[in-house]
Write a protein of this length. Structure first.
Length: 314
């Protein structure tokens, strides 16, 4: 007996992102990416700058979700990388990235084709926010790192494009009387360190940065998002184009609420950075409770009292 297909809302719970749509959006963007990749380039610079503070070499590295090769260009000679493998879900972007001379593999971040301990360093620049199973992908990344290998990643976080999202939601509610799924589920910053630990990483650090870009009007922002391959890829997204009335109402709301004195509008991109290491015996370990050899009172130059003892009044 043939199985009845799962309802769209049920499929969205299990797989919030349509990975075929993610690939199609990137394929479509590949030809003109150089005109819209400023954010990929900016975050790639900030991501690779973090290697400058690490006094060791990473001979073999993976650029996971390479887009047009922005990390390869930003990396240069940093980190002592001798071999860089670029990887992306999009065949068209892989062809674009291959032009910089590095080896390129077309593969899905959710099913990495690399063996255990294959890399000293894995970088991922603004790609992992489209992954359905982020914990599973993090486990795969940790498996393909050598012991004491480094993982550095940047992905969009919750405040990204809040101006556009709010304007579209209000416009659709006002014009169409309801709203369509447009907001991607994004893991909270507080949960990301825990996810790294669950995946088996050591010494996880999570921090964020906010990048504000201004545009002459909201339509220019939407054009950039399409040119970056960063448009709606939710499984439960509407399959028909946004109604013109909704679109123009959203643009009017966006401009009325956010435009500056010159009529330009801001777009906020919140970027979260993940830093973690594959475990190794040489790494610093937390001390066991009760193993301290110096009393806190001595370190603070004060007198130690029991919890029930009160200080006498002066």
């Amino acid at each position: 007996m043939a199985k009845t297909p799962a309802p769209a809302h049920q499929a969205a719970v299990h797989a919030p992102f349509d990975r075929r749509a993610v690939r199609a959006h990137r394929d479509r963007a590949a030809a003109g990416l150089a005109e819209h990749d400023f954010l990929f380039r900016e975050v790639a610079d900030r991501l690779t700058d973090r290697l400058a503070d690490i006094t060791r070499r990473f001979p073999r590295a993976l650029d996971l979700g390479c887009h047009g090769g922005e990390v390869a260009r930003a990396l240069g000679s940093r980190g002592g990388v001798e071999t860089l493998i670029q990887c992306d879900l999009s065949p068209a972007l892989c062809r674009t990235a291959r032009a910089n001379g590095h080896m390129t593999v077309c593969a899905d971040e959710e099913a990495l084709p690399f063996g255990r301990a294959a890399f000293d360093l894995v970088l991922s620049n603004l790609s992992l926010h489209w992954v359905n199973d982020l914990p599973g992908t993090l486990v795969q990344i940790r498996h393909c790192l050598k012991p004491d290998g480094l993982f550095l990643a940047a992905l969009f976080a919750g405040q990204t494009l809040h101006e556009l999202r709010d304007s579209l939601l209000e416009a659709e509610l006002a014009v169409a009387g309801g709203v369509s799924p447009r907001v991607s589920p994004i893991t909270d910053m507080r949960d990301l360190a825990a996810l790294l630990q669950r995946a088996g990483f050591a010494l996880p650090v999570v921090d964020s940065d906010t990048i504000s870009v201004t545009y002459s009007d909201p339509f220019r922002l939407m054009q950039d998002l399409r040119g970056m391959g960063e448009t709606n890829a939710l499984t439960a997204r509407p399959r028909s184009p946004t109604r013109r009335a909704v679109l123009f109402d959203a643009v009017a709301r966006y401009s009325a609420r956010h435009a500056d004195a010159d009529g330009r509008v801001p777009a906020t991109f919140q970027v979260v950075y993940l830093t973690a290491w594959a475990p190794h015996e040489s790494q610093q370990k937390p001390l066991r409770p009760g193993s301290a050899r110096t009393r806190l009172a001595d370190a603070l130059g004060t007198e130690e009292r029991s919890a029930g003892e009160k200080t006498a009044p002066d």
